[in-house]
Ligand binder design. Structure first.
Ligand SMILES: NC(=O)c1ccc[n+]([C@@H]2O[C@H](COP(=O)([O-])OP(=O)(O)OC[C@H]3O[C@@H](n4cnc5c(N)ncnc54)[C@H](OP(=O)(O)O)[C@@H]3O)[C@@H](O)[C@H]2O)c1
Length: 323
């Protein structure tokens, strides 16, 4: 495992981290399988874990708390998120700070997360939705400052809404946040345009989330794929999105080097971007942990291949189903 500096926090974090949504929020999760997967990730050098109160109403946070408690000798970085007060993902233009993050809500959910995690402090607390229009509002700034002053939160971040990498620029410029979490993968390359240069300028830690486009870039989906009732992916992979996503993934297949898998290529492509501090694939099995963490071996992709992969950029804008 290789490590990168997490922006101006100076933390040294594993360049492959761990996304903890699926284990507490998607159908088909098996407790003993994901407990073993998490345990294996620590053994293989993973040190960055992304959870949220919203992942199973605190369940994922409790799982992470147990992992941290079981490894007192390891420095495992804990990133979690405050849900919007109206519990609507994502926020929309016109959503107000009062709808989503009034100061008392910021404190209430920080305290809930601390209790779920069983920790005295949270390394990175993120806002789970965001509107850049709130950047200058002193109420969230003061609430965050007070929690930091009390030693309950070490650093702050924004998890940027899907396909809106621009929706945090003014907030970065306030100097009040230390990190952004953004969708960045072989399809969603647009954070490179303006967000990453701004992050470099301000020393912002960058968490690349959804490296497999929720599954498309694992190469395992077909146009017939369906999930059990109640699984979030049925609402994301609506027929229009599933068909287009599968076609795009198939378009990549001829470019996969011999001996490599599509998920490995997807991770290696993100690792080529030095602005990214850590990538957080969602994983629930030892097999996925082992193959994903193995991508952090310092080997580079061929420049000619990288150039071809750039051509697979897919610019998308939020829709009714994109969430
Ligand atoms: N708004 C937000 O802040 C927000 C939104 C979305 C995600 N996130 C964060 O980002 C993390 C990652 O995103 P995600 O989990 O939604 O999607 P993702 O990482 O793009 O994809 C996860 C899917 O890929 C599968 N997978 C993982 N490794 C694989 C491998 N080597 N081979 C084949 N399949 C593999 C997983 O299967 P298994 O689960 O069965 O292992 C799961 O079905 C989340 O867990 C969460 O921490 C944050």
């Amino acid at each position: 495992m290789k490590y990168r500096t997490f922006g101006r926090t100076g933390w040294s974090v594993s360049e492959i981290g761990y996304g903890m949504w699926g284990l507490a929020g998607w159908t088909g999760s098996d407790e003993s399988a994901y407990e073993s997967a998490l345990e294996r990730s620590v053994a293989l050098g993973c040190t960055f874990y992304d959870t949220a109160w919203g992942y199973g109403a605190g369940k994922s946070e409790q799982v992470l708390g147990r992992l941290v408690a079981a490894h007192p000798g390891e420095r495992l970085y804990v990133a979690t998120k405050i849900p919007p007060k109206n519990f609507q993902w994502p926020s929309r233009r016109g959503s107000t700070l009062d709808d989503c993050f009034p100061p008392e809500h910021i404190r209430e959910y920080t305290e809930k997360s601390l209790e779920n995690l069983g920790l005295p402090a949270i390394d990175l607390m993120q806002f789970h939705v965001w509107e850049d229009a709130w950047a200058a509002d002193e109420r969230w700034q003061r609430a965050a400052e007070e929690l930091t002053r009390q030693g309950l939160v070490r650093a702050w971040g924004v998890s940027v809404n899907r396909w809106e990498p621009w929706n945090v620029f003014e907030t970065i410029r306030t100097g009040r946040i230390d990190a952004v979490q953004v969708i960045y993968n072989l399809f969603d390359q647009s954070p490179e345009d303006d967000l990453f240069p701004l992050c470099r300028e301000h020393g912002i830690g960058v968490i690349a989330r959804v490296p497999f486009d929720e599954g498309t870039l694992t190469g395992t989906l077909t146009k017939e794929t369906r999930w059990p009732e109640g699984d979030w992916r049925n609402t994301y992979f609506v027929p229009e999105n599933l068909a287009a996503s599968v076609d795009r993934a198939e378009g990549l297949r001829p470019l996969i080097p011999a001996g490599m898998t599509m998920p490995e290529l997807a991770l290696r492509w993100i690792l080529e971007e030095p602005t990214v501090s850590t990538i957080i694939p969602g994983m629930r099995s030892v097999r996925h942990v082992e193959s994903n963490l193995a991508a952090s071996d310092g080997r580079r992709l061929d420049p000619a291949l990288l150039k071809q992969l750039r051509g697979h950029r897919w610019d998308r804008t939020p829709t009714k189903w994109s969430q």
